[in-house]
Design a protein around this ligand. Structure first.
Ligand code: ADP
Length: 712
């Protein structure tokens, strides 16, 4: 008996080892094993105990060859049945013993030839005994064997056919992939080409918005702007996804500050959330490191896509961004999560939305604009960064999109309380009154200063008139009357003091209060201005709250509206001005982008002078880089006109301070003092320094804006 088991165990072991070594997913190999094992089984069946082989090996084969279960079940059934009949039936009746062999005629031959085959002992009819216990079982075995062989034939020939088919399919797949890549490359190129004319449309339209005086035209221009921005976003999405598909998208790791990144995102999303009446929470762990190396542009895009979706698909409640970080050494793993209390996604749709161009629940979302590209782009970007997007959602209750990002930490200093930073940011001064009937005249030789003044009073609805010089001021006063006049001190031609004297002499201003706008904060100046006949003075750069104080102090009280209703209306005007498409710059993160690229400018103090109006501030920075300061100062220095030199450099200083360019302001101030004290010797050197610094800022600005529009 033992002898019979050993080869059987050996076969068992052999099959086990072979199947362990060869991947069963390889179909060809599987059929090869099947063929060999059956062959071995058949041959071994001649020598070893048949029932042991079948008992041990066939179930094993059966399990292993799951792909041809039907055939094996059939073979197995037949062989087990025949084994049972031969072995146990034969043994019981002494016909044959347990070692009776298969496929050999030895036993039959010996039974038949030497007469030991005593069939009569069992059954009176030896033919029936032979038939029952020998012929039928063997026939069954042969049938099984033939079945196995034919199955093998079918499997092998089928698999050859399949192999041929697979090769053809693979070829077709390669071709399709090549075609798809070509399509993606074409799309990427086209999108790039399309962006150029769209950018021109946006640029030209911007000119109309700035220069047109007609409200109707401006309204159309705003619509054009809305539509072209939307078009640009779609084209950008297509460009991104086709770049990813064609393998042209690469990560660009740079140093970035998490505070700036979150700030940008907050600015862009808070407006959208407010528009939809949703709460927005940034739950950022204060201990997360503040600086990293990574592709901040893509991270920004990922978070913006998810947050924009969260806002789009939420009708009421709150959208939350959570962020934490686990650091070990130089590496940090950022855990990011965007949660909403929105419409949610059905479980069966979660897979669907991960596909390109797929939108779900379209009946419910028919009013929500979208292309179905956002989530796919997020996934692709995350894959590029070695991460993946997890989506959890409860239909009707809300969704959570989360992912982890491995980033190199450059500065482990904790980010600090982000919520406080936002609050501080939002706590910029806002006017709390309106005076739509009030007429105010402001006189300044620098257009930029006039713009700042007008911008600061925008929310109060005061009617502001502008004059660029003392002479212009006088001619305006001859035709109009004002409730309040703000007069700049240093101007070419007639300065503020002279202008005031003429005004008073010619009785052009009656008892209208005249306020001196001055950047001279020297002690004793205040009394001097009052002595000269000014009613008050306001120092430049103008602080919004000081300007309001001044206006409230000198405007006739009946013109000022300050009721609860007014406060609400002011808030509305403020919100409108923030939502105004003209302040689009606010939405596209330009300020933070510039903040990173213009280190010479103190953006925080610049923002204070602009009442926190980012779009307005961006305009001022742009205007500042366009000032004809170099030509004017060089001309004055060449002609020795120090008086006008002093006036120009003084005005330039104010402009610099009002955008937060403190270094330039200080240099200009030194130049102003030098000319005032008549020390022209040092002028040229200091002026060179000033020009250099100014040029650096202009260059950086031009480069940053070009980069920004390229990035967009
Ligand atoms: P789009 O928003 O442009 O249609 P996306 O790829 O960003 O494309 O999203 C695909 C779909 O996934 C959306 O159309 C929407 O049905 C669903 N979806 C995405 N984000 C959310 C969310 N926060 N809540 C509910 N549904 C969402």
């Amino acid at each position: 008996m033992c002898k019979a088991y050993i080869p059987c165990l050996l076969i068992y072991l052999l099959v086990y080892v072979v199947t362990k070594c060869v991947s069963l997913s390889n179909r060809k190999m599987k059929y090869f094993i099947l063929f060999n094992v059956v062959a071995v089984l058949t041959i071994m069946g001649v020598f070893i105990t048949y029932h042991v082989v079948l008992g041990a090996l066939l179930p094993f084969l059966y399990a292993m060859l799951y792909s041809s279960k039907r055939v094996m079940r059939y073979v197995y059934g037949l062989t087990v049945a025949s084994t049972f009949i031969i072995v146990y039936g034969g043994y019981y009746y002494g016909l044959c013993d347990a070692n009776m062999t298969l496929l050999t005629t030895n036993t039959l031959y010996s039974y038949l030839s030497n007469g030991t085959f005593t069939l009569t002992e069992i059954n009176g009819n030896p033919a029936i005994t032979l038939l029952l216990y020998f012929v039928i079982p063997r026939c069954l075995i042969y049938v099984a064997f033939v079945a196995v062989c034919s199955s093998i034939y079918k499997i092998v020939s089928g698999s050859l056919e399949k192999l041929k088919l697979t090769a053809e399919l693979e070829k077709a797949k390669d071709e399709a992939e090549r075609a798809n890549r070509a399509k993606s490359q074409f799309l990427a190129k086209m999108s790039h080409e399309i962006r150029t004319p769209i950018n021109s449309v946006i640029g030209m339209n911007e000119m109309i918005l700035r220069e047109s005086a007609e409200e109707e035209t401006k309204k159309y221009a705003r619509d054009v702007k809305d539509s072209s921005m939307m078009l640009l976003n779609i084209v950008n999405d297509i460009l991104d996804s086709s770049k990813i598909e064609s393998g042209m998208m690469e990560l660009v790791p740079v140093n970035y500050e998490m505070g700036g990144l979150l700030n940008d995102i907050y600015t862009m999303i808070s407006l959208k959330a407010r528009e939809r009446g949703l709460g927005l929470e940034f739950d950022i762990d204060p201990m997360i490191p503040c600086e990293y190396i990574g592709d901040d542009k893509r991270i920004r895009q990922i978070l913006l896509n998810l947050l924009t979706n969260a806002v789009k698909y939420t009708e009421r409640g709150t959208v939350t961004l959570r962020m934490s970080c686990t650091t070990s050494g130089e590496e940090g793993v950022l855990q990011c999560m965007v949660q909403d209390t929105g419409i949610g996604i059905k479980p069966e749709d979660i897979k669907e939305i991960q596909q390109m161009y797929r939108r779900v629940d379209t009946e419910r979302n028919r009013m929500v604009e979208g292309t179905g590209l956002g989530i796919n782009i997020v996934q692709q970007f995350l894959a590029l960064m070695g991460s993946e997007l997890h989506i959890q959602s409860e239909y009707g209750k809300g969704s959570t999109f989360s992912f982890e990002l491995r980033q190199q930490v450059v500065n482990t200093e904790p980010l600090g309380n982000f919520r406080e930073r936002i609050q501080k940011h939002e706590e910029v001064y806002r006017s709390s009154y309106i005076a739509p009937e009030a007429k105010v005249l402001v006189v300044d030789d620098y257009k930029m200063n006039l713009k700042v003044f007008r911008g600061l009073l925008k929310q109060t609805k005061i009617q502001v008139s502008e004059a660029g010089s003392g002479e212009e001021c006088l001619s305006l006063l001859e035709k109009n009357s004002y409730h309040l006049i703000f007069l700049d001190h240093m101007m070419p031609g007639m300065d503020g003091i002279e202008t005031l004297h003429v005004m008073r002499e010619r009785k052009l201003c009656g008892d209208t209060p005249v306020i001196m706008l001055t950047a001279n904060s020297l002690k004793g100046d205040e009394e001097k201005y009052i002595r000269e006949g000014f009613d008050d003075f306001l120092s430049k750069p103008i602080m919004p709250e000081k300007l309001d104080e001044m206006i409230l102090k000198h405007l006739p009280p009946e013109l000022v509206l300050m009721s609860e209703e007014t406060a609400q209306s002011v808030q509305k005007v403020q919100e409108e001005s923030r939502e105004n498409p003209e302040s689009e710059a606010l939405h596209d993160g330009s300020l933070s982008f510039l903040r990173e690229h213009l280190p010479e400018i103190d953006f925080d103090s610049g923002m204070v002078y602009c009442s926190g109006d980012e779009a307005f501030y961006l305009e001022l920075i742009h205007d500042f880089t366009m000032l004809p300061m170099k030509e004017k100062l060089s001309h004055c220095l060449k002609t020795g006109d120090y008086q006008n030199y002093c006036i120009y450099v003084h005005g330039f200083k104010n402009n610099a301070y009002s955008i937060g360019a403190k270094n330039i302001g200080d240099l200009a101030y030194e130049l102003e003092k030098l000319t005032r004290d008549c020390i022209p010797a040092e002028l040229a050197e200091k002026q060179r320094e000033l020009f250099e610094l100014y040029e650096t800022i202009c260059r950086e600005y031009v480069k940053a804006t070009a980069d920004k529009s390229e990035n967009n």
